[in-house]
Design a protein around this ligand. Structure first.
Ligand SMILES: Nc1ncnc2c1ncn2[C@@H]1O[C@H](COP(=O)(O)OP(=O)(O)OP(=O)(O)O)[C@@H](O)[C@H]1O
Length: 470
């Protein structure tokens, strides 16, 4: 697979530009393209254990097992000192977690800087919650290491395996079912993890948290007197009150209706950013993931397939699976002809992140032999509606999305693509519209890597029916 941004700039010296078939090309138009009780009790116990530790943020970090030999200790000590300047705030390396004979999380690695929000996104059963619970220490890992704020939390690679207890990890958790104490007021729920704080400090912190989540006037109410969104904000305030080093959120919005989910997602991001909280969210909803997270990890069958910003996931998916899972689009056929890809939308040249003196991008050949079948990922924002274009497509479906229509367009050879068009451009099904494909940043895949069944489903009946709802 090729994508421009994955190109190492250092490669530029080795690019023999004079031999390139594709030349420096100025784009026709430089359009901006990137454009309940026992259940609750169980939850609460885990929650309380995790939170209590966080209420002692100044406690000395858990020491590495003293029985480990001196040499290893010294090495690690020196390493931590050296690494503290450059190592990420939170890192997971090669994490393996399983139940009985089954590996559920397989070699998960990721990093987060302080204040960054990460997210595990994936289909049900792919291992998201298990990964989160292993990070919290609620599931034992079988391999790998976890570091948080220069403290080693678990390391199964060490001579003697090592794991910090959940209550000592300095983490807070927010659950899908809120897990609030029904017999306690909102204020007392928030104060729950602050039992080591002085009365005055606790009072001030609870007031601060109530204000942060905009629930000051509900301080004396019981949870069952609040809406679902308000209860989740109490849960968030309770988790944040002890100043956790890392906040873990497991499907926190899934009990809420769609409208509330979106607004709460935005407000949660705002709260986490204002408090510079490092967090990891688990969700199967990509809109939620994109609304909240700085880094999103797409998980598939226990593996983290790609860990990247939302934009990178959308525009530079590393595999057809990610391309399909994240965002809408279509895969169209192409064929390699002398270094470029010929498609029904036009020829695609492999663009490098290298520019000539005049600032024009440089292009080179794709590494496939002539005649290689290729699949090209075309996103709705790659097809611009342009009344002046000589290239046209047949409108075969559309769906109104307020500001935009999502049009389904059939090309001359029968293949279909999607296009996002401002909704004042109201074109009937059956009409032809001018299109301007912007193919500068498209991602191409070797056809053999693309699961045709998956893509035909993705671009097929279900979505087509959606689009036909006018
Ligand atoms: N306690 C357990 N014992 C045995 N197997 C488990 C246990 N918990 C989860 N699993 C299995 O591990 C796999 C991953 O589960 P996990 O809950 O991590 O997935 P998930 O991606 O969070 O799914 P969902 O989105 O549905 O919550 C699933 O096949 C699940 O059946």
């Amino acid at each position: 697979m090729y994508t421009d941004s994955t190109h190492d700039p250092s490669e530029s010296k080795s690019i023999h530009t004079s031999s390139l078939k594709a030349k420096s090309i100025q784009a026709k138009t430089r359009l901006e393209h990137r454009k309940n009780a026992s259940v609750i009790k169980a939850h609460n116990l885990a929650h309380a254990a995790v939170e209590r530790d966080a209420s002692k943020p100044d406690e000395a970090p858990q020491k590495i097992d003293a029985r480990q030999d001196h040499k290893v200790k010294n090495t690690n000590s020196q390493k931590n000192q050296v690494d503290s300047a450059v190592s990420p705030y939170f890192s997971v390396q090669d994490l393996i977690v399983g139940y009985d004979d089954t590996i559920v999380v397989d070699g998960l690695s990721l990093t987060l800087q302080q204040g960054e929000i990460g997210c595990f996104l994936g289909y049900s059963g792919c291992g998201k919650t298990t990964a989160l619970r292993a990070i919290a220490g609620l599931e034992q890992s079988r391999g790998g290491s976890i570091y948080l704020s220069n403290q080693r939390l678990t390391d199964k690679r060490a001579r003697k395996s090592f794991a910090v207890a959940p209550a000592k990890r300095g983490m807070g958790m927010v659950f899908q079912d809120y897990a609030l104490f029904g017999h306690l007021s909102v204020a007392k729920n928030i104060a729950f993890g602050l039992n080591k704080w002085s009365t005055a400090d606790k009072k001030a912190r609870v007031a601060e948290m109530l204000s942060l989540v905009d629930l000051t006037e509900h301080a004396d109410k019981r949870p069952n007197e609040l809406s679902g969104g308000q209860q989740q904000r109490v849960a968030l305030a309770r988790a944040l009150a002890p100043k956790p080093k890392l906040l873990l959120l497991d499907e926190p919005f899934s009990n809420l209706d769609v409208v509330l989910r979106e607004s709460l997602a935005m407000s949660v991001r705002d709260i986490l950013k204002r408090t510079n909280t490092t967090a990891i969210l688990v969700t199967h909803d990509q809109n939620e993931a994109f609304a909240i997270a700085d880094k999103v990890g797409v998980m598939h069958q226990g593996k983290l397939v790609q860990w990247a910003t939302p934009s990178e996931l959308y525009h530079e998916p590393v595999s057809p699976f990610v391309a399909e899972f994240v965002g809408e689009g279509a895969m169209i056929d192409g064929i390699i002809k002398e270094g470029h890809v010929e498609t029904a939308l036009g020829d695609i040249y492999r663009r490098m992140e290298v520019y000539d003196e005049a600032g024009y991008p440089q292009y080179c050949e794709y590494d496939y032999p002539n005649g290689t079948p290729i699949k090209v990922l075309v996103r709705p924002d790659d097809i611009i509606h342009d009344d002046d274009s000589t290239q046209t497509a047949l409108v075969v479906g559309r769906v109104f999305r307020g500001a935009n229509y999502l049009y389904r367009l059939q090309l001359d050879d029968g293949q279909t693509v999607l296009s996002l068009v401002a909704s004042h451009h109201n074109h009937e099904i059956g009409s032809h519209i001018g299109i301007l494909p912007i193919l500068e940043h498209v991602v191409v895949f070797d056809e053999t890597d693309v699961n045709a069944t998956t893509w035909s489903e993705y671009d097929g009946v279900e979505r087509f029916a959606d689009i036909r709802q006018d």
